[in-house]
Write a protein that binds this ligand. Sequence first.
Ligand code: PEP
Ligand code: MG
Length: 879
Amino acid sequence: MEKLIFRFNNQSSQSFFKNKDLLGGKGANLVKMTKLGLPVPPGFTISTKVCEYFYKNNKKIPKKVIQQVKKEINIIEKITKKKFGSLSNPLLVSVRSGAKVSMPGMMDTILNLGLNDKTVIALKKRTSNGRFAKDSYRRFIQMYGNVVLKIESYFFEELIENYKLTKGVIQDIELTEEDWDGLIQNFKDVIKEKTKKNFPQEVNEQLWGAIGAVFLSWNSKRAKTYRKINYIPDHWGTAVNVQAMVFGNMGENCATGVAFTRNPSTGEKKLFGEYLINAQGEDVVAGTRTPQDLLSMNKSMPVIFQQLKKIFKLLERKYKDMQDIEFTVENNKLWMLQTRSGKRTARASIKIAVDMVQEKLISNKEAILRIDANTLDTLLHPTLDEKAEKKIIASGLPASPGAASGKVTFSANEAERLKEQMQDTILVRIETSPEDINGMHAAKGILTARGGMTSHAAVVARGMGKPCVSGSSEIKIDYEKKIFRSGEYQIKEGDIITIDGGSGKVMLGEVRTVKPDISKDFSKLMNWADQYRKLKIRTNSETPADTKIARDFGAEGIGLCRTEHMFFDGERIISVREMILSKTLDDRKEALTKLLPYQRNDFIKIFKIMNGLPVTVRLLDPPLHEFLPKTEKDVEDIAKELNISNKNVKSRIIELHEQNPMLGHRGCRLGISFPEIYQMQCQAIFEALAECKKKKIKPVIPEIMIPLVSTAAEIQILRNLVVKTAEEIQKIHSIKIQYYVGTMIELPRAALRANDIAKYADFFSFGTNDLTQTTFGISRDDSGKFLNDYVENKIFNKDPFVSIDERGVGELIKIATERGRIQKKSLKLGICGEHGGDPSSIEFCEKAKLNYVSCSPYRVPIARLAAAQAYLKKNKKYK
Ligand code: PEP
Ligand code: MG
């Protein structure tokens, strides 16, 4: 019979401790901790299979599971010597979600379940602590009311806040047993009013209500949003963990805390965490009381602190990773409630991986495989310029590093709305809750007035790699008026602020940023990656500045120099427009003569920086509309230059208008119609080489690339043009020039006819932007309007312009690779579409046996790492 319930301390469950698919992460780790002999309160996990059944069977739980749960509760009763619903020594349980991967705060949890009007009295007697018993009961009603009965939590919170105001106290801890008695009655009244039913007193009804609610929370809006952002499949479902409660809120020798075995912000090997004496778990993260630094526990609870340190070490040794832990101390006894791999910043993840290699916990291959290559992005982007003028208006905790500027917005939905308009925002909240997840994702950074380093805002921002300043108590937010005040400053919605998540500072306006300092650990990791990867990494770059950045990041060549981008610079755009608008060959030649020196000089600069490394120069490939004069002033300028009337310019623009410029007179079609354009560009390349030779600059072997080829005849004709131009320049300068001629494969026909095309090409570079556009027949410029619907309806897993569609576009790449290499063994193959910087597409390129990937400069390190990961995964070298 299929096993659906897993008792933590049962031998047969313990063989499943690695099976997170079935037990969820939390359940699997509770089983493992129990197996390691750690103090874990007894309990069991209801597997994800039951969740699957629940959704397939009209939200019912199988009978078999109901019976087994009863049995398991009996076993907890035996171990704890308490009884569920007992009027003398009641057992209380927690009911928690736990999916295969951690989704912090996205699903529901219920604590103190098993309390009712009678058991609460028993608990009071048993513990001789009336305040504790009542506090636990009101928490339970509050949680149950919210999670199971769906009553907004602010109905309860408001009652507490108003009561405290009347009583003239600030902290919950100042409320007495009698105070809670009154509030419990108020809470029950709210429930009666909202649900027309009394708060359930029967403990089994409570239990099944809670289990059902946890399953339902898998499909809550926030859980769905989180899954969408993190590409977590909807069919996984959650497990449910039912566990005996232990109490951190029974008095001064009780506590509750969360800890990371290393610093999740910096990676430093130092305990990091927060705890609260006399409190329950959610108090630490909720930000209602300011928690204490875990290190101070060495003084307040020294024995427990030493015990914790030992456990942290053991867990790190067993899991070989930094752990995020929840614990509770009940009457000086330590209980472990959770361990999981801790979320961390990119910087921390590199430091931890590199340190763990040095500590011989993991191999350097494991270190490489551990880093999410995409997150490197956050490290490579600029940080605040120290020299820039800053007007600091507030400060808080440095919860997640990096700098961000944007318009102040106070609501998650507004942040999302502004993102759609391409506007940068900083989401400012008193504290964030899982409901804010969409806005946190949309905003550039997050600022909160309340909450510590382990608050929701801090944890989620670190996971997302977003800057966050939390707990900035100086700022006073007024959601209604849409302002916040900090000292003498008043900031309105829409005002621009900058936050620095590394220092915790909040600044007025936009502050200048600088290139980040790359750490030694980062370089070490990159060197390891370079040892293992087979794919070469090139960059897409056409300016000396970008080329220099890319070289510094380790680019081994230029895979795509888009020459049309060079044409936008400064004055030369006028000559470019002149060339495009020319009606006669002579006019065009005249414009080209003006452009030649610009191009030659650009190439000299780039060749110099590349110092002998390969450079792929793509000949002109503009969809013409990109270059046509756009404004009245553009028209005037060009009319003056050509010495014709504005009207004439306008009528030429109309003549050149295309319905579908992406499929129009672009790419090699231009070269076929106007060979003098490509001739000029080749002349510029070869003359630049001659000049470099004269200046003794290390020679580059250029790879001249013809865009948008679909037939062998096109490349045959244009190759001849390149060869002829080279011969002329060689003769004039009496030099020997080495070069290659190749093509982009960016049209399906080119991929299919790769064997013919390879006859005239020394290399292929897959232009996956256009290849995706033309394979799907989806315009790359207009897809934004509907792609989201496609992802939402699960037609696409991911945007195919971001990650290669392996089954369609990928198939064409494989066909072209195979056919091209049959024709020409030496054919060099690479990719230069945006996919060249996307880790999962890079994995595909490794499998497809390409020679290189080319990506934008800032993605070069990402590609280096992703290429190593792809190689290690392909060859199953995990250790
Ligand atoms: C491509 O199509 O993938 C490509 C690299 O060229 P562009 O984006 O310039 O069209
Ligand atoms: Mg293209």
